[in-house]
Design a protein around this ligand. Sequence first.
Ligand code: MEV
Length: 433
Amino acid sequence: MHNTISGFSKLTKAEKIDWILDTYFNNDEASRKTVTQYFNSDYKLQKLHDEFIENTISNFYLPLGVAPNFLINDSLYTIPMAIEESSVVAAASKAAKYWYNRGGFKAEVISTEKIGQVHFTYSGNKEDLQRYFEALKPKLIADASPITKNMERRGGGILDIELRDKTNVLANYYQLHATFETLDAMGANFINSCLEQFAETFKAEAETHNIQNLNIVMSILSNYVPQCLVRAEVRCKIEDLKDKDIPNPEAFAEKFKQAVAIAEVEPHRAVTHNKGIMNGIDAVVLATGNDFRAIEAGVHAYASKGQHYTSLTHCKIDNDEFCFWLEIPLALGTVGGLTSLHPLVKFALQMLGKPSAKDLMKIVAVAGLAQNFAALKSLTTTGIQQGHMKMHLMNILNQFEATETERKHLVNHFKSNTVTHSAVVEAIEKLRA
Ligand code: MEV
C-alpha cells in the first residue's frame, strides 16, 4: 500500500497524472496516453471542463445521440440523449415514430412545488415552540428577502413554511418544512440559501422569545418532490396498435397491460421496469445539464410512496381504447447551473426550442414513457435479445471492419443462427477463408 498524499488538489493537472502513473501504473507511458488522449486541444473548452469539478485529470466521454420524431402536445421534437447503453436511443426513436403515427404523446405538468427543510431539535414545551414559530414566520420570510427578491419579481419565491413535529419518529426532532416555486431554475442554491437564512433567524431569535434548547441540525433541500409532478400519456384505438410486430392488437394490448400490472405488484420486476424508464429519463436529464442523481432519488422515492415499490407507468383498456401513462416527480431547470455553461447542454436546449422548466418536464417524462413502451413492446412480442443481438452483431462486424457484402451475408446468416462473439468471429473467418 502506498502512503497518503497531502496537497493533491494543489498539484497541476500534469502533476496529478504523474502521481497517478507513478503510484498505480509503474510510470507506463501507454497509460498516460489513455488519460491524455481525451484532452481537448481547444484550451478554453478544456479549461471549462476542468473547472466543472475538482482534481480533474481528463474528460470522460459519453455519446450524445438524438431521437427524432417525438410529437408532444402536437409539437415535433428531436430529443437529445447522453447515454452509454446501446439500443436505448434506437428504442426511443422507434417508439417516437410508432406514436407519431397514432396521435403522438400528450403531457401535462400537474404541479411545480419544491421542498426544503431545516431540521432541528427542541426539548421544551410544544405549544411554546408553536407560538414562537407563528410569531417569527413573517420575520423568517422577511430576512430571506435579499435572496428571494429577484425570484419574486419573476413570480416565484417562498410558498409557505410549516413547523412539523416529528417527535413521534425521533426524540426532540422538528422541522421547518418550506415549499418554493423556483420557475425555470432547478433552484437548489436558491432553496438552500433561503433555508440557511431561516435557520439563522430561527436560532438567533429563540432566546429573546424564551425558547431554550433549540438546536439546528442542518438545512437542505429535499430531492423528494411529490408536488412537482408531470404526467405523460399515449392512447389510441386498440385496432390502431397493429404493426409488423403486432399482428393481433387485442392480444398485444392485453399482454402489454399484464406486463405493466406485473410491475405494479412485483417489486423485482418494478425495479427493472423503472430502470428502463430511467434509461430515457436520465439520458435527457444529462444532455440538458440537469442532476440525474437527484432525479433518480426522487423518482424511486415516489415509486415507493405506497405499500411497496411499484411501477411508475400504468396501463388501462377502456372499451376499445388503449391508454398508457407515466406520472413522476421531476425537479428540472433550464436556466442556471450547467445550462448556460456546457456548450453541448446549450446546444441540446436550443434543439428543444429553449424549453421552460415545465416544457422540459414534459419532454423528459415523454422520453421515459417512450422508453418503457419500447421495452415492453419488445419484451411481450419478439423478446429483448433480438434487437440487442442485432446491435451486438453490428458491433462485432465493425470491429472486424466487415465489407458491405460480408455484412449482408452475415446479417442474413445470423437471422437463423444464435449471435455469440465466437460464432460471429468464426463466421467471418470462414467467409474470408
Ligand atoms: C435495459 O436497460 C432495460 C430493460 O431491462 C427494461 C425492462 O425490462 O423493462 C429492457
